[in-house]
Structure formats: C-alpha cells, structure tokens
Design a protein around this ligand. Sequence first.
Ligand SMILES: [Zn+2]
Length: 435
Amino acid sequence: MVYGIVSRRPSPSHDQLNMAEDGERVDGINTSESGMSLKKVLSGASPLSLKIIAECPVTKARACDLALPHSTVSTPVFMPVGTQGTLKGITVDQLESLGCQICLGNTYHLGMRPGPDLIEKANGLHGFMNWKRNLLTDSGGFQMVSLVELSKVTEEGVQFKSPYDGKEILLTPERSIDIQNSLGSDIMMQLDDVVSSTVKGPRVEEAMHRSIRWLDRCIKANKNPNKQNLFAIIQGGLDAELRKACLDEMTKRDVPGFAIGGLSGGEEKDDFWRMVTLSTDHLPREKPRYLMGVGYAVDLVVCVALGCDMFDCVFPTRTARFGSALVPWGSLQVKQKQYAKDFQPIDPDCQCPTCKNHSRAFLHALFKSDTAAMHHITIHNISYQLTLMRSVRQSIVEGRFPEFIRTFMKRMFPSREQYPGWAVEALASVNVVLE
Ligand SMILES: [Zn+2]
C-alpha cells in the first residue's frame, strides 16, 4: 500500500521555507508493486513532511522521502554522528560528496564548547560548520548516562558537573531546547530521563513518566516550531507494558516525529528487537521513526524490516580509528600483517574515494605512521553505511527487500549456523524465513 503526505515541498533554505505556504498538499507517487494508493494528510504545520514511496508487502519496511528544511532525505537513512561540529576524520565537503543528507550535531559538547551563543552568531550550526544539508541535534541527555556518576536527576532537570571546568550545570528541558534553538538544527530531540537499558525496577517507570512530562515542557519551550522539528523519545526500558504506556501517551502529542530510545545500551538482543517491533507497531504510520544508537549492518537491515526509518551510531567512525573497515562480509582489520602486500582496495566493489585510490597495502603501511589512514578508513566506513541504506531502499522500492535480506545475510556470514539467533527470530516475525 502506498500513500503520500506532503504538507510542504522541500526548500533549500530557511528563508524560502518561511515563504512556503503552510498546508500545501500533493498526492503521493505510486511506485510499489501492489499498486494501491490512498491519500492521507498530516495535521499541523511542522517543517517536515513524510511521503511514503513504497512499503514492503512482506515486512514492515518502508521507503520514504523525508522533506526537511535544508533538503529531502531518502529513508531508510543512516545519520553519521559529528562531535563539536565536525565528524572526526572527515570534512563537511567529503561528507557532502558521499551523498550524506543529514548528520548529527552533539548538543552536549556544542553547548559546552564553543557554546550556543557563539554558534548562534555564526548563523547556527549550519553556518558554523558550513553544512548546507540537514542537521539533527540530541538533547544533551544521552551523554549524561555516560557521566552518570556526575549527574543527579530531579523533576526540574539533570544536574551535573561540567567535565571542562567542574562548574555545576542544570540541564532542564527548557535549557536543552534553548540550546538546540540556538544551534538551528532541522530536527531537535526532547530532553528525556535516560536510564541504562540494563536497569530494572521502579526507576524505569519513573523515568518513562518524567520523559512524558519533559516532552510537554520541550514542546512549550520551542521558539521555532515553524523551522525546527521536535522529536519525542519513546522510553520504558525493556518492559513491554511501560513502553506501550509511553507510546500511548506520547503519540497523543502532535510532534513531527518519534524516536525509539533507551535501547542499544548493552541489553540482550532478544529484548532489543522485541521493544523495537512493539514500538513500530504503535507509532503513527505517517510520521518518521528514528531508532537511536543503532549502526551495525545486521541491526540496520533487521530494524528496517521491523519498520524503522532513521538510525545513528558512532560505531562506523569510531571503529575506523582502530583500523577496522566495514565490508559486506563483516570487517577488515587493515593493521593485520596479511594486508601488507595486498594491492586490492578494501572492498573491490566499493565506489568510495578510498577504495578508488588506495590499496590495502598502502593503508596498512600508512596506519603505522600517519593518522591519514584513519581518515581514509572513516570515509570508506561512512560510504559503506550510506551505500548499504541506499541498497536497502532500492530493494524496498523495487519490491525485493526480503530477497535482499537473504543475500545480505549469506554474504555477511560464512554459514547459516552463524546467523545470530535474535536476527533469525526477528526476521521470522516479519515473515522473512532465512534458508
Ligand atoms: Zn570504500
């Protein structure tokens, strides 16, 4: 089934966006095999529109055009994570030439250094980075899970000591949105009360209810609802009842999109996928679904099948700095001796600048003496993630996603016995049986 929702055409700049007419609606393009078409409209006038291009007739996967203030993003999409306005090991120009349409800015770090006032003066994070496409900023809350020994959560907000100068800082929902308004991101995330996914008991329920209250405070605090999209974050830990309660409550709010939070924190994969699929079952079809903190290739493919549209993770860039290159058969450790005289590129089928220009032997030698090797591998890894998601999308549009999954798994694992049990079960739940 296919339908389109466009409340506003994509426009290349904020200025043009402001001139665009609210509520402009056009019919969807029907490219699916099933051939059914229906119209549905989005309420409200958020600076976002989601057009569903195709839905997989077997799984819950969908391919969409997500129109945001700076450009249209083809989903499913992987969003690379930048810190302090730059991606480690890659420039903005390179990111653009790899076809990246949206990346993440890190609010916690940017809010500390250089600070939101300076960035506002530079015409927001877009101007500061000189990045013309879309940006998503986090609330700053996630970093506090890793700084938990420094932080204290109250109803007012999260109190913590600055790791830069030791000053006491209170991050409230209002302050988080204020910083994100200064950064000018296309998508802002609500401040949520984050508990580690391995925590159990009453703290999980408390955090879930507080996240709902904080969502309302964030909605109220947003000074730019016509320019910046605020996403809610579904919490509830690994408890199906709590997650369902959070979904019921948050989906009553007319926010432009929803994130699935509180996962990918070391929980059992079996719990992980069940929470993901429960969430997508109850999220509105006409709004984007962002699964936070997911970036392993297998997880991406499975979670697209479970109905997620957007993903982010530091993994591909972090692992590149250790010399690990992502390939369709897993990963390739450039530092290993066996590559010292290997004149093939990392992946002979990869079209990235690293694979076009450099051999495994060159990267192996370079890794010993120069950080440029990390840079080359970072480019390759981001290209791998973006290319993987483009292939996933293409297969959904062409109605052959289940076949794509089978081929992908065969290439990733040497034998059927090595398929992760959780992935087999998760895929079976959406009617994909791996032979
Ligand atoms: Zn490559």
